[in-house]
Design a protein around this ligand. Structure first.
Ligand SMILES: C[S@@+](CC[C@H](N)C(=O)[O-])C[C@H]1O[C@@H](n2cnc3c(N)ncnc32)[C@H](O)[C@@H]1O
Length: 230
């Protein structure tokens, strides 16, 4: 099935509210476990000197979980949508875990505008994204950003949807989504599935662009993960 790009930023208020109100906690907890497992395997422990950056942070669900899991680090969530960043700030302020989120802050910026690791005072130890890659129209932009933000000790961990094989599979997933979530979110999910990349597209991109130290793997039948050190 051909890829159909969708708008990069999620800027419409109703879209932002629908996304924010949905419960993705199971998948989010799973992502934190996967990152933790990877760091443990590499014998990496994160502390005061470390900076974690969450690209395309949306309403901050993953950023908050990163800040709580690694309380001594500094965590920065970045999103190009003002509505999303407002929502992320709001969620942080009303969180029951507010005291545990003092190490977290947000920046509103398009990821394509932060192509230098001098943007941050510290080098990034862990560079994360969840459900971002499919929004990026050109893969080159995503990989250029992570390459320029990474130093040789930056661990990258990026998880996203995998594009289904055909329209029938997309419609099946859409129906499953509609049984749990509202119409706006269901339509966004449908567009996202069509905008997602395949394993082959991501893998080939890394091989053809001198990024073979990044690995790509399929996580179940719905997700892809790009990880490793740039
Ligand atoms: C599907 S949401 C995922 C949010 C969050 N990572 C999560 O897992 O809940 C994708 C987010 O990426 C943001 N985004 C897309 N393209 C972007 C870009 N070029 N620069 C910055 N943010 C971007 C969108 O605005 C949106 O908030």
């Amino acid at each position: 099935m051909e890829r159909i790009p969708e708008p990069e930023l999620m800027e419409e208020r109703e879209q932002v509210i629908s996304y924010d109100e949905a419960d993705f906690s199971e998948g989010e907890a799973n992502l934190i476990c996967q990152i933790n497992y990877y760091l443990l395997r590499k014998n990496i422990s994160l502390g005061e000197k470390d900076l974690i950056v969450d690209l395309g942070c949306g309403p901050g669900n993953i950023s908050e979980k990163l800040a709580i899991k690694w309380p001594n680090t500094q965590v920065i969530g970045i999103d190009g949508s003002k509505e999303m960043i407002l929502r992320a700030e709001y969620n942080k302020n009303i969180s029951n875990d507010q005291k545990k989120l003092k190490n977290l802050r947000y920046i509103c910026s398009d990821i394509k505008d932060i192509k230098s690791n001098n943007f941050f005072k510290k080098k990034i130890s862990l560079l994360v994204s969840n459900s971002l890659i499919h929004h990026i129209t050109n893969l080159q932009d995503f990989f250029d950003t992570i390459r320029s933000l990474s130093s040789n000790f930056t661990v990258n961990f990026h998880k996203d949807l995998k594009r289904p094989l055909d329209e029938k599979s997309v419609l099946e997933l859409k129906t499953q989504c509609a049984s749990k979530y509202n119409e706006i979110l269901t339509n966004d999910y449908y567009a996202s599935l069509k905008a997602s990349y395949t394993f082959k597209e991501l893998k080939n991109f890394t091989l053809e662009n001198d990024l073979s130290f990044l690995d790509v793997f399929e996580d179940g039948d719905k997700y892809l993960i790009v990880y490793g050190n740039v």
